[in-house]
Ligand binder design. Structure first.
Ligand SMILES: Cc1cc2nc3c(=O)[nH]c(=O)nc-3n(C[C@H](O)[C@H](O)[C@H](O)COP(=O)(O)OP(=O)(O)OC[C@H]3O[C@@H](n4cnc5c(N)ncnc54)[C@H](O)[C@@H]3O)c2cc1C
Length: 488
């Protein structure tokens, strides 16, 4: 049973917003209480679905009155347990998915103002209909929402050229922890009028305010996009290829993704049809390069071929496949986009989302592999990601046990046990090395609950003190996503 204050809160929400605004049926709300990876399972008596910014503000005012913790949620695709409640049963989920309006478009200013519940895929389509580009892109774009993208300051596969979510947002509308509405929906590329509140809310994972709308910055649509897969003899070569592609392509290099052999073998195993394009390339580490051109396909192909032939001559690349059509380019991206899904099918893994100076990546990989092979014999290092940004998803999968592998349930159980037994130690090893090299333990997914305590180990008292001061200044009653990012 929820506490008396939660019950009083829900009664008032129903009175003020109407019964259609909340769901309490356990069957109907169960998917809102577990995270995408199935790692964090919380409890909550209700999920609220306000339909406007005013209704969000009303809910927050009532939550403040009754001291009830609210967990903002968009598409629930987050990967750090930040979008689901804890297991107390006294937190309430507030879904922003009913906030669906495209409020304004300004093609000349290249901006679009839309509400937090619009999915990333819809935002991309809306920009496309204007003849413009909203370049943020993630494999989860069909479900992830703009509110969630901004609350996590997500990255994705186009950061190299266009920046992360923060760089693509010019203004915000936010409901504060006291239930007031801050209207900062400015479409300005320059605005130095004091503390940057927008930047404070972006990346705060729902702990400082609830984002209800945003002004997104759009870009001109390139005339052509060309994609290639390059087989590289080592990660050092991949870093060399990146330098060459940046020198020759400059800002026209819009994507540079690394997919190591073990990551690709998961796609081959669980999505064999998708892996067909790379069958002739043998078992190898691959880089996916994307070049965009303001003039057209001929120029893009020319640039890509120029980069690849020089890379081939200097031994950085052993083989390459240039997409012959948009459809074929999509098949290349499908391979990349399915690594996370194939990993889920394989079973639980020990996950890392690390950021490193690109120059340190080859040494990191060699030395880390040695250390992990000694610590976790047989572990499979599923390493892939946004090499162009220095961001790798450096995940550790359970050694293959032929006795259980063909049975999905037994495989998943074995992976779960592997993870539970070794996760903490593996995190420390990987994160210690990352931090010693000047890196980050969360390049794009955020802290949530998964990396909250780990981040506190590395940040030091001054940084943690400042973070706590910000949280208590903006949310003195600790009602917004309590327990996530930083403990107060
Ligand atoms: C297959 C797959 C691939 C992915 N690839 C990437 C990737 O390449 N790069 C990357 O960065 N991430 C990636 N992600 C993670 C995830 O998709 C992103 O973090 C995304 O931005 C989350 O959006 P969401 O709407 O699902 O947010 P949710 O998961 O619902 O919430 C995430 C966080 O934001 C908060 N929140 C949500 N909406 C609001 C709001 N309106 N106001 C305030 N706080 C809010 C929540 O409380 C929570 O803290 C991937 C996930 C999956 C499943």
């Amino acid at each position: 049973m929820p506490s008396a204050s939660v019950q009083a809160f829900l009664t008032e929400v129903e009175q003020q917003l109407g019964a259609s605004c909340l769901k309490t049926d356990p069957d109907l709300i169960s998917t809102h209480l577990i995270d995408w990876r199935g790692r964090y399972q919380g409890r909550a008596p209700a999920v609220l679905f306000p339909g406007s910014t005013d209704q969000v503000a009303q809910v927050v005012r009532l939550a403040a009155k009754h001291r009830v913790g609210l967990v903002p949620q968009g598409g629930n695709t987050g990967l750090t347990g930040a979008s689901v409640p804890d297991d107390s049963g006294d937190q309430v989920v507030i879904s922003l998915t009913k906030l669906q309006a495209i409020r304004a478009v300004d093609a000349a200013n290249k901006t679009m103002t839309l509400e937090a519940g619009v999915t990333l895929a819809k935002a991309q389509d809306e920009a496309d209909a204007l003849g413009l580009l909203f370049p943020l892109t993630l494999p989860s774009r069909g479900s992830a929402t703009i509110g969630g993208n901004l609350a996590t300051n997500c990255g994705g596969t186009a950061v190299l050229r266009y920046g992360n979510a923060r760089a693509l947002c010019l203004g915000l509308e936010v409901v504060t922890a006291t239930g007031e509405i801050w209207s900062g929906l400015r479409g300005l590329r320059k605005d130095n009028t004091g503390y940057d509140l927008r930047d404070l809310f972006i990346g705060s994972e729902g702990t400082l305010g609830i984002i209800t709308a945003a002004v997104l910055a759009l870009s001109p649509k390139p005339a052509a996009l060309m994609t290639a897969l390059a087989k590289v003899p080592s990660v050092e070569s991949a870093v060399g290829l990146l330098g060459l592609a940046q020198k020759k392509g400059a800002a026209q290099l819009t994507g540079f993704e690394l997919m190591t052999k073990p990551a690709l073998s998961l796609v081959s195993q669980y999505f064999p049809v998708l892996a067909q394009p790379i069958q002739g390339m043998g078992s190898a580490d691959l880089v996916l390069l994307e070049i965009s051109s303001p003039t057209g396909e001929v120029e893009a192909v020319g640039l890509l071929e120029d980069i690849l032939s020089e890379a081939y001559e200097s031994g950085l690349v052993q083989d390459a496949l240039v997409a012959q059509s948009i459809q074929q380019a999509q098949t290349f991206w499908d391979i990349r986009d399915h690594i996370t899904l194939a990993s889920s099918e394989d079973g639980h893994q020990i996950k890392h989302d690390i950021g490193l100076p690109i120059s340190c990546i080859p040494d990191f990989m060699v030395s880390m592999q040695k250390e992990l092979e000694a610590l976790l014999p047989g572990t499979r290092i599923i390493n892939f990601g946004h090499l162009g940004d220095g961001n790798l998803h450096y995940n550790l999968a359970c050694p293959i046990n032929p006795n259980v592998w063909s049975d999905r349930n037994r495989r998943h159980e074995a992976c779960k046990q592997f993870m539970q037994r070794l996760e903490e130690e593996a995190h420390h090893r990987v994160h210690n090395r990352v931090v010693s090299l000047g890196g980050s333990i969360s390049a794009e997914h955020g802290l949530g609950v998964m990396r909250r305590d780990e981040a506190a180990r590395y940040k030091g008292p001054v940084e943690m003190g400042l973070m706590r001061s910000i949280k208590t200044a903006l949310d003195p009653l600790n009602i917004l996503n309590p327990g996530k990012v930083v403990l107060v």
